[in-house]
Structures are given as C-alpha cells and as structure tokens.
Design a protein around this ligand. Structure first.
Ligand SMILES: N[C@@H](CCC(=O)N[C@@H](CS)C(=O)NCC(=O)O)C(=O)O
Length: 240
C-alpha cells in the first residue's frame, strides 16, 4: 500500500492539468488496448535507475514497465543505439521511442500518472528540484570515483581527481546533515534522489558516512520506513 503522505491529488496540487491529467487513465487505457508496456533499460546497482524505479512504484506505474538489464561496458548492448551516450537509465515507450536521462524519464512518468512526485510550482517545486540536483551530483561524483578504479588502468589513475570528486560529496553531505530535508509535506523527487544517493554510498563506499552524519542516517531510516520501494530496489553489496 502506498503511504498516504506521498500521494497528493495531482489536479488539486497543480491547479492546472495537462491532457494526461484530465484523463488520468489515458496511458493505462492505451497500453491495455495495445498490450504494450514500457521498457526500462537499467542495471541493479544503478542509483539513477533505482531513482526511476522508486518513482515509478510510488506513481503506480511500475507494473506497466518491464526492466531489461543492460551492460554499459558491452559495445554490443543495444543501449548504445537507444542512447548514443551509452548511459542508463533509458525508458523505451510503447511506440519504440527512447527517452533519457533519469530526470526526463521521471518527468514523463509524473506527467502520465494520476499521482505526482514533482511539486507543481513555487518554492516546493524549486526546493525539490534543487535537492534532486544535489543528490544527482552526489551520485555523479560517486560514480566517477568508482569508474576511476574500475575503468582506468592502475598506472593512469589520478588521486587528485578522486579527491576532487570526494570533496564534492563531502561538502554535499555536510550541508545535508545541517539541512535535512523535511518529509512532513509528503515525499517528492528530491527525497527519492537523496535516498538513492545515500543508498549508493552504502553500496559502494561502506556505511561509514552514517557515523559522521547521524541526522542524515536517521533521515534515511525514516525514508526507508515510509517507502517500501526503497527496500524492494536494494541491491546486495556483494553483487557486481
Ligand atoms: N544524468 C544521467 C546519469 C546516468 C548515469 O551516470 N548512469 C551510469 C550508470 S548509474 C552510466 O550509464 N554509466 C555508463 C557511462 O557513463 O558510460 C541520469 O540522470 O540518468
């Protein structure tokens, strides 16, 4: 069951409605008629893919999405035709159109769903999207650090580069410890992204951040208790 706090009626929250909002079951009706589903290209450890999965679950669209795992390192993986950048996540719509990146996918899912994870306007929207960017930045920097050891030969690795990226993460985490985002008015895309960023730190960098950021650690525990999709999309740290 979805936590009630997450779900606010889109039409009353947004004031104005797009066509999809006026006919909230438009996508469902179309996909039932054609029998087609959306396909998400992702991989189990991807924090950006996890963000899309959690958003889709909260929005009530996950059962209309089949997940197809991708290998970003494999030049023969069709994902490079679907997104020339060779990055996941990618959402393939039922008409074959490929959309990316995670922000665009979530924006699209939010548009076609009856519920919403993106506040409609004003300070709530601004703050949710800024938190979303901060969390995406933690994920970007963390992934670059992982790739430095995974993709670059040992004698070409740069500790300065790793430190530069690590400092971005450190500054963001310190700021978040002092400014833990409130979930009182419901869960939005900023919260989802932050949870995925912290989950990725747990997965790839151990859980030491929890000792130095106790408020943020409690925040993540609270998020996890509110949003079952977080646990459902968790990857075993021993996985590749
Ligand atoms: N801005 C992108 C970032 C996506 C991203 O960095 N994905 C990683 C996996 S989590 C990837 O595809 N890496 C392969 C590569 O950079 O070539 C988004 O929001 O979707």
């Amino acid at each position: 069951m979805e936590p009630i706090a997450v779900l606010f009626a889109k039409q009353s929250a947004q004031g104005i409605s797009s066509q999809a909002h006026q006919f909230p079951n438009l996508y469902q009706l179309a996909s039932q008629t054609t029998g087609d589903f959306m396909k998400l290209r992702s991989s189990p450890p991807s924090p950006f893919g996890r963000k899309v999965k959690i958003a889709a679950k909260i929005l009530g669209l996950y059962d209309q999405i089949t997940v197809e795992n991708s290998d970003t390192k494999d030049p023969d993986d069709s994902l490079r035709q679907q997104n020339p950048l060779g990055k996941i996540p990618i959402l393939i719509l039922d008409n074959g159109e490929a959309i990316y990146d995670s922000r665009v996918i979530i924006d699209y899912l939010d548009e076609i769903a009856e519920k919403s994870v993106i506040p409609a306007c004003g300070a709530a929207r601004r703050q949710a999207q800024t938190l979303h960017s901060l969390a995406d930045g933690i994920m970007d920097a963390s992934i670059l650090i992982v790739y430095e050891s995974r993709l670059r030969p040992e004698n070409e690795r740069s500790q300065d580069w790793v430190d530069y990226q690590t400092e971005k993460v450190d500054r963001a985490m310190i700021w978040l410890e002092d400014n833990c985002p409130s979930m009182e008015n419901g869960i939005n895309i900023g919260h989802i992204a932050l949870a995925c960023a912290l989950g990725y730190r747990d997965l790839r960098f151990s859980s030491h951040w929890r000792d130095s950021h106790p408020k943020l650690a409690s925040w993540l525990d609270e998020f996890e208790a509110k949003i079952p999709a977080f646990e459902q999309t968790k990857l075993n740290p021993d996985a590749s």
